[in-house]
Ligand binder design. Structure first.
Ligand code: C5P
Length: 222
């Protein structure tokens, strides 16, 4: 069996930053499952589908091919061969991704894609349901959390550093809280800590401190 490290948690808890560093240190493949749900949402928006129309989005799925390529500072993401790395981070996609990712057919197709990737390579996979649904046999499961205030602040600083136009801190906080609520309350594979996951509260910790804590957990498990 391949080595599987699952990192789940709410929006902007630092999962992708940490998962990417840990994967590079271990020489494992990093899999950003949030990017996949964002890609489906972007495809639905580009096709001008009514995002409340679950059937229409289900029909779109066979026409969606999502691939990744190495890139700095973030992995490159492609939708049917076209690069969408920046487009999937737009406010419009972020605002709608929880709606689209709640659809059962979307989850089935994405879960299969994620499981196929993890069956071929050692992975560090981040998301919401990796430890519970996608890779229930993962050797290491970590659930990263941080206060909503801190997560909003991190996102705010990140947007500023990227030179991106950013919403106010209060608006970011509200958007993060809303996404957490929707992701935790959907019927299929809600955001939930797996019974055997180790919870790590990153509030007040630096990236280096979180990486060290995660690597210590991995070292005891592998
Ligand atoms: O991780 P990120 O914030 O990019 O995820 C975007 C959205 O994709 C989440 O808010 C959630 O709705 C969805 N998602 C999911 N299951 C995953 C990963 C992400 O439902 N495993």
């Amino acid at each position: 069996m391949t080595m599987q490290i699952a990192i789940d948690g709410p929006a902007s808890a630092g999962k992708s930053t940490i998962a990417k560093i840990v994967a590079a240190n271990l020489n494992y493949v990093y899999v950003d499952t949030g990017a996949m749900y964002r890609a489906v949402t972007l495809a639905a928006l580009e096709t001008q589908l009514d995002l409340n129309d679950e059937q229409a989005i289900t029909k779109l799925l066979p026409n969606i091919d999502i691939t990744f390529a190495p890139g700095e500072p973030v992995q490159k993401v492609f939708l049917n061969g076209q690069e969408i790395t920046a487009a999937i981070r737009s406010t419009k996609v972020t605002e709608n991704v929880s709606l689209v990712s709640a659809y059962a057919a979307v989850r089935t197709v994405m879960t299969e894609l994620q499981q196929t990737i993890a069956s071929k390579d050692n992975v560090v996979m981040d998301g919401r349901d990796i430890g519970t649904t996608v890779l229930p046999q993962a050797q290491v499961k970590i659930f990263l959390i941080a206060s909503v205030a801190e997560r909003a602040e991190r996102r705010y600083k990140e947007n500023q550093a990227k030179g991106m136009q950013t919403s106010s801190l209060a608006d970011l906080e509200a958007a993060i809280a809303k996404r957490d609520y929707l992701d935790s309350h959907r019927a299929v594979s809600p955001l939930k800590k797996a019974a055997d996951a180790i919870e790590l509260d990153t509030t007040g910790l630096t990236i280096q401190e979180v990486v060290a804590a995660v690597e210590a957990i991995i070292a005891t498990a592998l």
